[in-house]
Each structure stands twice: as C-alpha cells, then as structure tokens.
Design a protein around this ligand. Structure first.
Ligand code: ADQ
Length: 479
C-alpha cells in the first residue's frame, strides 16, 4: 500500500459515503496502488477536504482485507470493511434492490427482506462508529446518499458535538410510495439526526417534511422540522452540478476535437449522430428510447444512411437480478433493431458496454448532434449537464426527460415524458429538424444556467448552510 497512516480524531471535515474516492488496482507484479475514481463528488469535495483537514470514510470495494486508515495524495482515507454477506445484504440487497427501486417511483418492484434491513443497520452503525473516531471536536460531517440514511442519528448519539449534514443523490419519493417500507419510521428518524438534510429537488424536500409530520409526528413549518428536544432540522434542495470549466476546457482541447471528428468518420459520417450515455440501469429509460428510435427508422422518418444512435451503457450492479434481466433485454432489443433495420456497414444502433476516460466522453459529446437523456426517474442526471458543458459552440440539441432533476434547470431542452413513446419520437424529430438558430438560442440559455452553478457552488452552498446551524441546536457538548 502506498501512503502513510492517518492519525485519529483530527478531521474538521468528514465526508462519509458508501465508496472511498479511490479504486484499488493490483499491478502485474502484485503491488497495490490506489487510483482516484473518476466521480464528480471527489472533484467537488477535494478542495474543501484539503482546506479543512478533511477525511473521507467509505468502503474501499472488495471484502478481503480490513484496511487501516491511510493517506493517499494528501487525502486522509478511512476504509470501512464489509464482509461478503454484508455486500449481498446491505449493498446489493437493501440499498440496491429495496431502496433504489422504491425511491425511483417503483419502476422495478422493491423487495422487502428483514435480514437485509438488519445488515443495513449493522453497516450503518459501523460507518457511524468510524466517523465518531475520526471527527475532531465540533467538526462538520457530511453523509452521502441512500446507503447511509441511519448514520446521522447513530452518529449524533455517539457525538452530539458534531454538525451533521446529509445529502440524498437520488429522488425522495412521495408519501404514498415511501410508506410501503416496513422500516419507514427508522429511516426518517435516522435522517433526523442531521442538522441539514439536502435533496436534489424542492419536491423531494417537501416529501420528506410531509412524511416526518405524518409518520413521526414532529412539528414542521415549510422546510424546518422542530424536534421535541429543541433541536431543529432543516430540509432543502441543493441541485448537484459538474465541473463545468474543467470539462469545457477538455472539450476544447485539440486531441478531443480531433477524436470527435474521428468518431463521426468511423460512424460513416452520417448526417445525424444521436447519443445516449447511461449506467445500464432500469431507471434510465434506455429501452423506450431505443424503441422510439427504431420506430422512427421503421416508419421511414429516419434512414440508417443518415442517422445513427450511439448508446453507451456501462454495466452496473450485475449481481442484482433485475440488472441482469435488463442487460439481456436491451441486448435483445438492440440485436432486433440492428437485424431488422441495419444495412451492411450501417448498424442502426452502435451499442457499447465500455467505460471510457473523460477525454473519450468529451469527444462523444462533441460528436453528437442530439443527446437523448430519457430516465423514467433520476435524482439529477449529470450526463445532460456534461453534454451542455461540452457544447461551447452553441450547437447540438438535448432531449431530456421531465422526470430527471436536471429538467428543473435545463428548461430549454426538448422536454419529454419518457413513458410516451410517440411524444418522444415527435421530440426527437423536432430536435433533428430544428433550425440551427433556435438550437443555438436554447443551448446558450442552458449553458448560462450551468455556468452560474457548478459543482463547487453546490458543495459550498450545502456546507455554508450546515456551518450556519447554531450550536445551541445541539443537545449538549461532549463531556
Ligand atoms: P448516476 O445514476 O450514476 O448518479 P448520472 O448523474 O448520469 O447518474 O452520472 C453518471 C456519471 O457517470 C456521469 O458523470 C457520466 O459521465 C459517467 N458515465 C456514464 N457512463 C460512462 C461510461 N461509459 N464511461 C465513463 N463515464 C461514464 C446518481 C444519481 C443521479 C445524480 C448523481 C449525482 O442517480 O441522478 O445526478 O448520482 O448526484
């Protein structure tokens, strides 16, 4: 292992997330190194981590070793160990086969298993204990996402001196769906351990406050919850963003521009390149989108000589049954559309399971005339924002689901209902046939929006609200 051991009890800012921001790589000679994982969260939080003597607590992936805290590239990393059974029950089970589908409008059926919830409690407690060990007196702790909703209350119990924030990256469902959950009260009380509970959209914050009033019986007013012990919890929306400048710069670079040209050539220089980029997930609406495109070809509205759909779908969570089924489904659909409608050297859909470096992603965005983002439900959807960031020329069109958080901000996209295949077909055609001037106007407006709010604004807006929470709202200081 590279890096040195991190001392305990010293971090003034602690980030708690399911995964550490690094991936473990085993070199051919057997030596081990840690490589920074690409995610936007690391980019957003790295500067504040460095400025505040921060530590990051998370699962390093794998189940082999129980690793000691270490420092990598100046960042203090604190691994939380999971056993094989916990990966199955806490991560693949309760997190990804219960909460994920339930929070995404039950687009797949959530499974409820008591032993999965028991594992969720055990693992959340381990995260809370690790955090309590690492956080300095009066530190700020920022807990992330649906895998760790019990951590805020568990941590407050151990360390009432801390300021605790929680941010949910995925949607928070309406009461009608949330109350199916046998453990609804435990989860709400878990979240209420935080001083600030952040969501992607205002509607999600409202759902949370309403549920707290109905199910836990606390007093609420607008976004505030008043607890019997005098503490308050503030809910709010903090829409996440991307590193707009960094990505735009990359898109501007000579190699990326060159590569974008090359991609279009390799696709046979069609008039129109349509693009979809998603984790292979049933929430992303990949099936309906490809069906819409297939039907446009079938009906002669589009021709494979002129239009190609590039769909990048990175497999994820492959040990969860519904994800395996989805992968087979999409494989079959792509095969059928290409078999029925493609010609020699002209597949209708260019379908890729590859995970690409940032440069290649930027080149794909540069190469695409129409970006098609049609999730059935999505907390935010960063792909939509990444596409806009790469279109510094003002060209290109974005077709975007109304049910993605991004639709609140990117109002000038071609907004679609992803359940309405005819509507989606009409919007794709509208985007294809729009005159360049009107596209330019739409893109400029969307670029203005994302330029005004990038990922570091997102992080600082949350941390500012958290740091303003008053110490008197904390129960009592640690003796
Ligand atoms: P995700 O569901 O993972 O995130 P999204 O917001 O689209 O969805 O982020 C995906 C990220 O992965 C993007 O940055 C994209 O560039 C990258 N990516 C996708 N395919 C890739 C590939 N083949 N190669 C390389 N990179 C690829 C969850 C929520 C979202 C929310 C984010 C952040 O579900 O709603 O926007 O967290 O809060």
């Amino acid at each position: 292992m590279s890096g040195s051991e991190a001392p305990n009890h010293t971090a003034d800012l602690v980030i708690v997330a399911n995964r550490l921001p690094v991936d473990r790589v085993v070199n051919p000679d057997g030596s081990i190194e840690w490589r920074r994982s690409p995610g936007g969260l690391v980019t957003a939080l790295e500067p504040v981590m460095r400025a505040n003597d921060g530590a990051w607590i998370g699962w390093p992936g794998g189940t082999d070793e129980d690793l000691e805290p270490f420092v990598e590239d100046g960042l203090s990393l604190v691994p939380v160990h999971l056993t094989e059974a916990e990966v199955e029950e806490f991560y693949e089970g309760f997190s990804n086969a219960t909460l994920w589908p339930l929070y995404h409008d039950v687009v797949a059926k959530p499974e409820f298993h008591r032993e999965w919830f028991d594992a969720y409690v055990t693992v959340n407690r381990r995260f809370a204990e690790r955090t309590a060990d690492v956080a300095a007196e009066n530190a700020m702790v920022w807990v992330h996402d649906y895998q760790l909703q019990l951590v805020p209350a568990m941590l407050r119990e151990l360390r009432p001196d801390l300021r605790i924030g929680f941010f949910l990256h995925i949607p928070f469902p309406p009461a009608e769906l949330f109350q199916q959950l046998p453990w609804r009260r435990q989860l709400l009380e878990g979240l209420l351990g935080a001083d600030v509970v952040g969501f992607q959209r205002p509607g999600a914050a409202q759902n949370f406050v309403r549920l707290v009033r109905q199910r836990v019986g606390h007093k609420t007013h607008r976004d505030m919850v008043y607890l019997p012990d005098g503490r308050t919890v503030q809910a709010g929306s903090f829409p996440i963003s991307i590193d707009v400048k960094g990505l735009e710069e990359l898109a501007h670079s000579e190699p990326v521009q060159q590569r974008a040209k090359e991609i279009r050539e390799q696709l046979g220089n069609p008039k129109r390149v349509l693009l979809g980029v998603d984790r292979l997930d049933y929430t992303k609406g990949i099936r309906a989108r490809l069906r819409a495109f297939g039907e446009l070809l079938e009906e002669g509205e589009l021709d494979v000589e002129d239009a190609v759909f590039v769909q990048v779908a990175t497999p994820s969570r492959e040990r969860v049954e519904q994800y395996r089924v989805l992968r087979d489904d999409i494989d079959r659909l792509v095969g059928r559309i290409n078999g029925d409608l493609g010609r020699i050297g002209r597949p209708a859909i260019s379908y890729l399971h590859t995970s690409y470096p940032r440069e290649e992603m930027a080149a794909l965005y540069r190469a695409a005339d129409i970006m098609v983002v049609t999730p059935l439900r999505d907390g935010m959807n960063l792909v939509a924002k990444e596409y806009v960031a790469c279109r510094y020329d003002g060209e290109g069109a974005l077709v975007l689901s109304e049910f993605a958080g991004a639709a609140d901000e990117l109002r000038q996209a071609f907004l679609v209902n992803p359940y309405d295949i005819n509507g989606m077909k009409a919007s794709i055609l509208e985007a294809i046939n729009a005159d360049p001037k009107s596209l330019n106007k739409r893109m400029k407006a969307m670029r203005k929006t994302i330029n005004e709010h990038d990922v570091s604004d997102w992080a600082s807006s949350f941390l500012d609200v958290l740091s303003e929470t008053k110490p008197m709202h904390r129960k009592q200081l640690r003796p």
